[in-house]
Design a protein around this ligand. Structure first.
Ligand code: HEC
Ligand code: HEC
Ligand code: HEC
Ligand code: HEC
Ligand code: HEC
Length: 192
């Protein structure tokens, strides 16, 4: 692992831990509490596909305020945003963040087991345009800005489980914004 990255992730973890308030089941009843205290079993009643590990954006990007690009590292430079590797997770979960309750610990243990076994987690993909369509993330981030994720994906930092807010398999959605912003509607710009 890149040493600078390791140091960076440990520093971020320390910040994340310092800024993290544990949500106990009794706190969750209070209206102003942060991310809800949910167990993996609750994930089947949430919007979006159930993932192999109950990974929570509302805790990581929301409560711990981790930048989207900490994990989706190539979103500003490539078509593919990148899904973080186990190594990125282990930067924090190897020792620093063991989990606060049994069900949290069990989910984090799955991350550790996958890491030990060398098997990547098979995340269920949520947004996926047809193979004949080109969608360059970097072109969009360059013009719409680093914080434009919510424009297309909704407020992911508040999602306990990611779901699709805009149907990306709908050409009209792309064309409407391109029309509004005077961006190309040339068929060959988007289609192979
Ligand atoms: C700690 C790492 C981490 C951070 C920080 C993070 N993500 Fe993610 N993201 C993941 C992982 C892991 C997945 C795959 C599992 C899932 O869908 O929850 C994912 C999935 C997604 C997906 C769905 C991908 C698909 O399959 O279509 C979107 C959209 C997304 N993230 C957006 C964001 C945005 C926006 C932010 C910042 C507000 C962010 N992420 C911050 C790790 C992270
Ligand atoms: C920068 C540090 C950091 C990174 C990187 C990170 N996490 Fe976490 N993670 C946290 C913090 C902080 C918590 C909340 C503290 C707790 O519950 O003990 C947490 C909690 C969790 C939990 C328990 C959630 C719950 O229900 O409370 C799971 C599961 C988890 N992380 C999985 C992952 C996965 C998978 C990755 C890689 C895609 C990842 N984490 C990357 C800091 C991190
Ligand atoms: C203009 C709309 C738009 C913006 C802005 C945008 N996305 Fe996306 N995102 C999409 C579309 C469309 C897809 C599906 C792309 C595909 O299938 O090739 C997608 C897919 C993804 C995926 C899944 C990729 C995979 O390989 O599984 C992630 C993760 C993601 N976006 C993260 C982000 C993050 C983080 C940001 C902000 C930095 C962002 N997106 C900004 C439209 C957008
Ligand atoms: C929220 C507004 C918005 C949405 C939604 C959107 N785009 Fe874009 N798109 C832009 C902007 C802004 C640019 C950047 C134009 C530039 O570089 O000047 C762009 C650029 C592009 C380009 C590069 C065009 C070129 O000149 O080569 C492609 C390809 C593209 N978008 C495809 C898509 C597809 C496919 C979708 C739907 C899945 C989509 N876009 C949805 C705003 C959007
Ligand atoms: C801004 C990007 C964009 C432009 C420009 C665009 N398309 Fe599309 N097109 C899409 C997306 C996204 C889809 C939905 C793909 C999917 O199902 O995931 C689509 C779907 C289609 C389909 C349906 C194919 C199917 O899967 O059933 C046809 C046909 C099509 N486009 C033709 C055209 C033609 C002809 C033009 C030029 C007049 C054009 N498109 C311009 C983004 C674009």
């Amino acid at each position: 692992m890149d040493k600078r990255f390791l140091v960076g992730s440990l520093a971020a973890a320390a910040i994340a831990v310092a800024g993290f308030t544990v949500v106990s089941p009794s706190d969750a009843q209070q209206p102003s509490a942060g991310p809800a205290a949910l167990t993996p079993a609750d994930s089947s009643s949430l919007k979006g596909p159930r993932q192999p590990i109950f990974f929570r954006h509302d805790i990581h990007a929301g409560q711990a305020k981790m930048d989207c690009q900490y994990c989706h590292t190539s979103v500003a430079v490539s078509s593919e945003p990148g899904i973080p590797s186990m190594q990125t997770c282990m930067g924090c979960h190897a020792q620093l963040i063991p989990g606060t309750t049994d069900s949290h610990r069990a989910e984090i243990q799955k991350v550790k087991d996958a890491w030990t076994a060398g098997t990547p987690i098979e995340w269920v993909r949520i947004h996926n345009v047809a193979r004949h369509v080109r969608f360059p993330h970097m072109r969009h981030i360059k013009v719409l800005g680093d914080n434009a994720c919510a424009t297309c994906h909704g407020n992911v930092s508040r999602m306990s489980q990611v779901y699709q807010v805009n149907n990306v398999n709908n050409m009209g959605w792309c064309i409407n914004c391109h029309l509004e912003r005077n961006v190309t509607r040339d068929c060959t710009a988007c289609h192979y």
